[in-house]
Design a binder for this molecule. Sequence first.
Ligand SMILES: [Zn+2]
Ligand SMILES: [Zn+2]
Length: 330
Amino acid sequence: MRKARYGWLVSIPFFAVHVAAVLGVGLVGFSWQGVVVALVLYYVRMWGVTAGYHRYFSHRTYRTGRAFQLFLALLAQTSMQKGALWWAAHHRGHHKYADTPEDVHSFRTYGFWYSHVGWILDRETEATEWDRIGDLKRYPELVWLNKWHLVPGITYAVATYLVGGWTGFVWGFLVATTMLWHGTFFINSLAHTFGRRRYPTTDDGKNSFLLAVLTLGEGWHNNHHYYPRSVRQGFFWWELDVSYYVLRALSWTGLVWDLHVPSERVKAGKLSPTIVAAAKRKRAESAFAPSGATSPVVSTVSTVTEALASAAASVASVAAASRTSTADAE
Ligand SMILES: [Zn+2]
Ligand SMILES: [Zn+2]
């Protein structure tokens, strides 16, 4: 087992937010209004993590247009879990090597602390693994956001202060973000430790109702490792999966489409572990590009010129937002 080399530039702000959250609540005082604000902003951004970072960028379990793709990256990155491309690349590696020594956050190999948070602070995992995200790195706005990954989070932090003053900042940013980090990280640590297994996968992923409540449906982790192509992680009606319900509702508006759900055969466990492993390898090799998929650009705008104009506008607005947030931060 390799020795972790923690990056202090990442670790110090990470722990500082925890300390500031506790001190901040002491300073502004406890209030039920604050708790509600924290919970709402936790769950809105948790949706960005699960529907954005995870089900869209990492697994491409549904399709959308370029503008909504950018929105998903911005919303997910307000969680301050690095760039959508960084997240997707590491997560694809997790599925490829799940619970082997090559898996960067295997509970089986590295234990609770490292699989929960140590790996994300380790300098070994700092770089984006570009060879795993051939399908995503062709979007300049995503590459830009990956480089300046703190911009959405800092902008969000400033917004909580501007809207709600110090109370808004403490509950909406410090407390909600700390909860969001651990809520997400539980899937890498606890969802590989506690719960039930329905499908005989080669990894340790487990199903847990409690984790599904905390993460809007990510707790059905055994289902997910068994069939990662599915946009729906709660395979049955009693398996609560709010991220999927929201995506299904969005599909009625035409904002997202081609939601891939498991067939009855898949749900009945008819895929053998060997078939699952072979499919995993194949997906990893083809950089997870959905077969026969047309470019989201072509799907959303009718001409290439319009696509380029829309991309330029997106980049310009992100750059403007970054200038504003930098000025505000100063
Ligand atoms: Zn996993
Ligand atoms: Zn996954």
